[in-house]
Design a protein around this ligand. Structure first.
Ligand code: ZN
Length: 316
């Protein structure tokens, strides 16, 4: 029986249950947080994370995958506290987001891909940030700047760490410039099997030709930003998901929101105004009923929430 690492240790893949594959307990500007700690309230952040997770569990969610990595203020101890307080199974990762999706810190600029792969393998085999909590997968990101030399280094290092450990990869992508194709190319050049790769944020486009081009490569895709109309309104996201379910791809898609219980990137009132539906239960309250009306079967919804995350995480 394959297992998946959580903040409470490995669980049988069969025990993952209903899974939100891309939500954040906390997203913060890491350097600001370290240097000016008076700007955040840790207990308020904890209360908000517990509230969001509890709400999701009220809809049957048993597992939340949090792809916080370097540059997003990943905090394994914080995550473990939230898991203990709520009973949710939290799945963490290792990896690097990249400053402005472009640059690595000087430390990694002067060292090669294999050095970086060793860093990632440490988090997978030894534990994250001095804890015994092991990373279950690897995270990379490419966005508007494209595949810069530093972004390529992170992708190659993640691929090498994946090959050494068998752990899957989640890649933040930007469908508007089709970065997913380049990201898959780098991973597979390094030898990673396509069915170990999830191209996150594929749901940010309604370009079905591009999406099918990705699917033809054999990867999983994240329809994982419901509630963020600044990238694509939910109505357009739903039309794409419904059509891809009709074409038989439910077992390659996950549904999620990329919501952050706390995010310090914007003043709070700006988030409330720009993205009022951006929270951990939007897909259960609003999206799933809409998908049903568009003809998506309960079986396909169950597949996207219960089966596809497990197939990507555990390979089973
Ligand atoms: Zn995210």
């Amino acid at each position: 029986m394959p297992t998946v690492e959580t903040t409470a240790g490995p669980v049988d893949a069969e025990q993952l249950g209903r899974t939100l594959c891309h939500e954040h307990l906390l997203t913060a500007s890491e350097a600001v947080r370290a240097q000016f700690p008076h700007l955040h309230d840790a207990e308020r952040e904890f209360a908000r994370a517990v509230e969001q997770v509890t709400n999701a569990m009220g809809h049957g969610v048993r597992t939340i995958v949090d792809p916080a990595c370097m540059d997003l203020a990943r905090d394994a101890r914080f995550a473990a506290r939230v898991a203990q307080a709520t009973g949710v199974q939290l799945v963490l990762c290792t990896g690097i987001y990249g400053q402005h999706y472009t640059f690595l810190p000087q430390h990694f600029q002067t060292r090669d891909e294999d050095y970086l792969a060793d860093v990632f393998v440490h988090d997978i085999e030894t534990g994250i940030q001095g804890t015994a909590i092991k990373a279950a997968f690897l995270k990379t990101a490419a966005d508007e700047p494209g595949i810069t030399p530093d972004v390529e280094k992170v992708h190659r290092a993640a691929a090498r760490a994946s090959l050494r450990t068998g752990r899957p990869i989640m890649a933040h992508s930007r469908p508007a410039s089709r970065t997913g194709l380049e990201q898959v190319r780098i991973f597979t050049e390094e030898g990673v099997a396509p069915d170990r790769i999830m191209i996150a944020h594929t749901g940010d486009t309604d370009d079905l030709d591009h999406i099918e081009e990705l699917l033809a490569l054999g990867v999983f895709i994240g329809m994982d930003r419901y509630g963020t109309a600044i990238f694509l309104p939910d109505e357009a996201r739903n039309a794409v998901v419904a059509e891809l379910c009709r074409r038989g791809y439910a077992d390659r898609m996950v549904l999620s929101q990329d919501a952050c219980a706390t995010i310090d990137w914007f003043p709070e009132e700006m988030i409330a105004e720009l993205a009022p539906d951006w929270h951990f239960t939007h897909i259960f309250q609003t999206i799933i009923p809409q998908l049903r009306e568009l003809g998506v079967s309960d079986a396909d919804i169950d597949t996207m929430l219960d089966v596809t995350p497990r197939r990507w995480l555990a390979g089973s």
